[in-house]
Write a protein that binds this ligand. Structure first.
Ligand SMILES: C[S@@+](CC[C@H](N)C(=O)[O-])C[C@H]1O[C@@H](n2cnc3c(N)ncnc32)[C@H](O)[C@@H]1O
Length: 291
């Protein structure tokens, strides 16, 4: 039996109902079921979301409805929207994503903003540790034509993905290499080191919820208190920073005091904690000043 053709508005209402029934719901702040439905339908139709609002009465053909049903089915099973459509927008860039690394988060744009506002030279040498999709490295390079940016990651699949994203955005000048933190970094005297490292506690219950279930633990967890990688990065960064160079780290909102202490214990100065739009401390930075 032929099924009735749905309009865009009807398909969105159907999808919202399906996702809400699976617990992808309205939490009072965000109506996730409605938001996800729109992103997925726009991706199916290869249109921007404004198209859905402009043409709510337009009918979906059989192929479009099949593709949309498939997307909603995957989302109902918990798969992240970014994995279903294959990309995530970060800063001004549309980045390809994969199961090899973290899906870039909007919170990380705070780190990019802070880095861009630091008093560093026009031709700065910049290192992004744990680059993943290349999100931070590429965002910085897209804003600062004369910065020389290197992104490293332990995962070879992440490095390939970051390179692909660089090519996609004509940012091939960003150098991506595979490295276990600093082990493969030959240069030193970086003016800026940025990182969004793994910082979740190994046994955190949050790891059983939402998108993180589909992301590799190597991108998320870092020991019993979540700070193993941050301790190592802060201790080693000193050797790789130029005088007046900055280290900027994203961390969990409950870790800022401990992270600031680690900076202090390692001789950093000008230590600052920065807050996100929800007034949560998400980024800490410090500098190595000349003696
Ligand atoms: C939280 S993700 C951040 C990804 C990306 N920078 C972003 O903000 O979307 C952490 C990244 O660090 C990488 N990583 C974990 N341990 C590492 C190590 N020992 N050396 C280098 N990279 C590492 C992971 O593969 C992952 O891509």
């Amino acid at each position: 039996m032929d099924r009735p053709e749905l309009t865009i508005a009807q398909a969105l209402a159907w999808a919202k109902e399906q996702l809400s029934a699976q617990g992808v719901s309205d939490d009072g702040l965000f109506d996730s079921a409605a938001i996800d439905s729109k992103i997925l339908l726009a991706a199916c139709l290869q249109q921007e979301q404004v198209y859905l609002h402009t043409w709510p009465e337009k009918h979906l053909d059989e192929q479009q409805m099949c593709a949309f049903e498939n997307y909603i089915c995957q989302r109902s099973a918990g798969h992240p929207v970014a994995h279903i459509i294959g990309y995530r927008d970060f800063w001004s860039l549309r980045l390809k994503v994969s199961a090899a690394t973290l899906i870039p988060r909007p919170e990380t744009e705070l780190l990019v903003e802070i880095a861009l506002n630091l008093p560093i030279t026009k031709d700065a040498k910049v290192l992004d540790l744990g680059t993943g999709t290349g999100a931070i490295a590429l965002a910085l390079a897209s804003e600062c034509l004369y910065w020389s940016v290197t992104g490293i990651d332990k995962s070879s699949a992440a490095v390939s993905l970051a390179k692909e994203n660089g090519v996609q955005h004509q940012l091939e000048r960003v150098n991506f290499i595979q490295s276990d933190w600093f082990s493969g970094v030959e240069q030193c005297a970086f003016d800026l080191i940025v990182t969004n490292p793994p910082y979740i506690e190994d046994n955190n219950h949050y790891l059983q919820q939402g998108d993180v279930r589909f992301e590799p633990s190597s991108a998320l967890t870092s020991g019993a208190d979540g700070l193993d990688d941050i301790r190592l990065i802060i201790a080693q960064s000193k050797k790789y920073l130029a005088n007046k160079g900055y280290l900027v780290i994203e961390h969990g909102y409950q870790q800022s005091a401990q992270v600031a202490d680690i900076f202090r214990d390692n001789g950093f100065e000008d230590i600052r904690i920065e807050y996100d739009l929800n007034d949560l401390p998400r980024v800490t930075l410090g500098s190595i000043l000349p003696k």
